[in-house]
Design a protein around this ligand. Structure first.
Ligand code: HEC
Length: 406
């Protein structure tokens, strides 16, 4: 049964048999994998639904004490919180951290990947509830159910609303604010909250679906789902996220003098493109735009895409990473920087840490002032072109990172 490379029709039969408990529960990984192969091509959503059913049948037997215990044990025996942390963080895979904050990391909404798609977009407020301590708040079976069937029980205050305007436009999303003048709707897939004047509102009613997509789970294998649950149950593993930069602005490539860094470095601003230096030496010079990037499962932002091909006449260039740090007071904080390449880190325009990155990480000290600070890091690729950056405050009080000062 290892190579379950089956036709859609067969996969459906296997899925149904499994959901009807006619196939050994131990074969969950194989059955799930067989269905997963067809999820992407299936427009009806049938495979996705069946996959959720299969996960449910394979993981949740019941909510009586004995089955709960069995489930806990399975998560304990097979789940790996460290691997689960990687699944949680990996925005390409699970998207969890895109919508949910946990230990102050993540959860600032989705939106478009460019600041130019809108301003003031997803700063502040998230899409989903904060998941810090969710492992104590929800029993393991409820936790799994919340992930595989988000719409079954919608957390109060996080349900979607459907707003129809007088001219027939329909908006779906969270209701962020409402008064007698206007309603603000946040659609997770849009960069900006939408403000609709009261006079234009024809109907506003609660939707039936959660704003959490049904299909997050279709990206996950059975083992990854178990690892993820093990992570959400493990407070120590979650605490290891504290102080981490989970998303930042990135821009590149920079080669030679193609961009005059002294002109913009002290005033780095994600809303402004960086002007290519003028002049004949820079024929191919193009203005560069900031883009948003998320960390991967290993906690670093992959900068290969922005460092890509360097400017005129060079293979690879440097990249810049920009993020804002909120500090409750003036303080020196310890940061751990991981990744590949050489760095120069600046806070509010002044260089503070320089050196080489490694997977193990190097520590340094940053001086933060009370309020919002600009952290700008220039990263040079290694000889082999490897380039990635992870930043985490490991010593310091109450430091939090965001894409914009709030
Ligand atoms: C597009 C945004 C989005 C993504 C992506 C997302 N969620 Fe959610 N999640 C929500 C929203 C909104 C709710 C609240 C509504 C509800 O209960 O369904 C929620 C609810 C939950 C809950 C229940 C919380 C509670 O307090 O009852 C859990 C647990 C959860 N999500 C885990 C996850 C995990 C794990 C992932 C990644 C595999 C994930 N979510 C991905 C938006 C999202």
């Amino acid at each position: 049964m290892a190579a379950l490379s089956v036709e859609p029709a067969q996969a459906k039969i296997i899925g149904r048999l499994y959901a009807e408990k006619k196939i050994d529960r131990a074969l969950l990984p194989q059955v799930a994998a067989a269905l997963q192969k067809h999820v992407a091509a299936d427009k009806t959503g049938e495979f996705q639904k069946m996959l959720a059913e299969v996960y449910k049948g394979g993981l949740i037997v019941g909510s009586d004490e004995a089955s709960l215990k069995q489930l806990e044990e399975m998560v304990k025996a097979k789940g790996d919180a460290t691997r689960g942390r990687a699944v949680f963080l990996d925005s390409a895979k699970s998207q969890c951290a895109v919508c949910h904050q946990l230990e102050g990391v993540g959860g600032r909404g989705m939106g478009a990947s460019s600041p130019h798609a809108g301003t003031g977009a997803s700063a502040g407020g998230g899409i989903g509830p904060d998941l810090t301590k969710i492992g104590t708040a929800l029993a393991t079976n409820k936790l799994i159910e919340s992930i595989i069937e988000p719409s079954k029980e919608i957390k109060e205050g996080f349900g979607t609303w459907v707003l129809t305007t007088n001219d027939g436009q329909v908006y779906t999303g969270l209701k962020i604010a409402e008064n007698d003048k206007a309603v603000i709707i946040r659609d997770p897939s849009q960069a900006e909250d939408i403000l609709i004047p009261r006079g234009d509102v024809k109907e506003l009613r609660p939707g039936q679906k959660s704003a959490m997509p049904d299909n997050v789970v279709s990206q996950l294998s059975a083992a990854e789902l178990i690892d993820l649950v093990a992570f959400l149950k493990d407070e120590k593993a979650q605490a290891s996220l504290r102080g981490m930069v989970s998303r930042a602005w990135v821009v590149g490539p920079f080669a030679g003098d193609a961009m005059k860094k002294e002109e913009w470095e002290p005033r780095a601003d994600p809303l402004k493109p960086i002007k290519a230096a003028a002049g004949p030496a820079d024929k191919a010079g193009k203005d560069l735009q900031w883009n948003r990037a998320d960390v991967g499962g290993n906690g670093t932002i992959d900068l290969k895409l922005v460092a890509g091909k360097g400017g005129p006449g060079s293979a690879t260039g440097a990249a810049y990473v920009l993020v804002y740090a909120a500090s409750p007071k003036d303080q020196k904080v310890t940061v751990r920087m991981t990744g590949e390449g050489g760095i120069r880190a600046m806070v509010n325009g002044s260089p503070q840490v320089a050196g080489a990155l490694s997977a193990a990480g190097a520590t340094g000290t940053l001086s933060l002032t009370a309020g919002w600070n600009t952290l700008l890091v220039r990263v040079e690729p290694t000889d082999k072109g490897a380039i990635a950056l992870g930043v985490q405050v490991t010593g310091g009080e109450g430091v939090r990172f965001a894409l914009r000062p709030e």
